[in-house]
Design a protein around this ligand. Structure first.
Ligand code: HEC
Length: 186
């Protein structure tokens, strides 16, 4: 595992200048600042894993007593991607290596334009990110949310995000049971 991480970590180190200047990274490994804040990833070109419409995590976290109202909200369109080298390793081993990054990008739904009952993903509203780093995070993964325009984010407490993933997700806190775009182990 250590050797497998060496190349991505080297690439990330070489690209630190760029990442720091733009406050985004699209390197192979997650990039944290000195305060342990995750810098916003740029998943352009990363493999597609899943797309869905609905409340997702945000509506499922409806405040007590407002669960029914939350169900009525159609919710955003969201697209899940992951860093390419981690996907390669997952396909070989069937497990997610240290340094795996998932991004879930939320878009507004747009229904104008062409005829027919179609919906489009339009403007990006937020991005949620999961990073596997067992040295940094108690239960193996750190979870983050970037509102539109935010460039850094602090990890959420386990109870806020990962608890639901641990209880319901099929593989190491990841909802692999829902991801038709995730290739199977070779
Ligand atoms: C009540 C359950 C629940 C909570 C709480 C929750 N999630 Fe999730 N999360 C899900 C489900 C279900 C999916 C499957 C993808 C989808 O909704 O399309 C998911 C998928 C994800 C993914 C994609 C990769 C993966 O792990 O499968 C990320 C990243 C993510 N959530 C981040 C977060 C963050 C950040 C929080 C806290 C702010 C959070 N989640 C809280 C249920 C939850």
């Amino acid at each position: 595992m250590k050797n497998a991480l060496a190349i991505p970590v080297l690439l990330a180190t070489l690209a630190i200048g760029v990442a720091a200047a733009q406050s985004v990274w699209r390197d192979e490994a997650a990039f944290f600042d000195n305060d342990g804040m995750l810098m916003r990833p740029n998943p352009a070109g990363w493999p597609y894993i899943s797309a869905s419409i609905g409340g997702g995590a945000t509506n499922m976290m409806a405040p007590e007593g407002q669960e029914e109202e939350a169900k009525e909200i159609k919710g955003d369109f969201h697209v899940i991607q992951m860093n390419p080298w981690a996907l390669d390793q997952y396909m070989e081993s069937g497990s997610f290596p240290e340094g795996t990054v998932f991004t879930m990008t939320f878009y507004t739904l747009d229904q104008n334009g062409f005829p027919g009952d179609r919906y489009w993903a339009k403007a990006v509203t937020a991005m949620e990110v999961g990073v596997k780093d067992s040295e940094r995070f108690e239960k193996g993964w750190g979870y983050f949310r970037f509102e539109a325009g935010a460039t850094t984010a602090k990890a959420f407490a386990v109870e806020r995000c990962q608890a639901c993933h641990i209880a319901n997700a099929a593989t190491d806190s990841v909802f692999t049971q829902l991801y038709s775009g995730l290739p199977k182990k070779e």
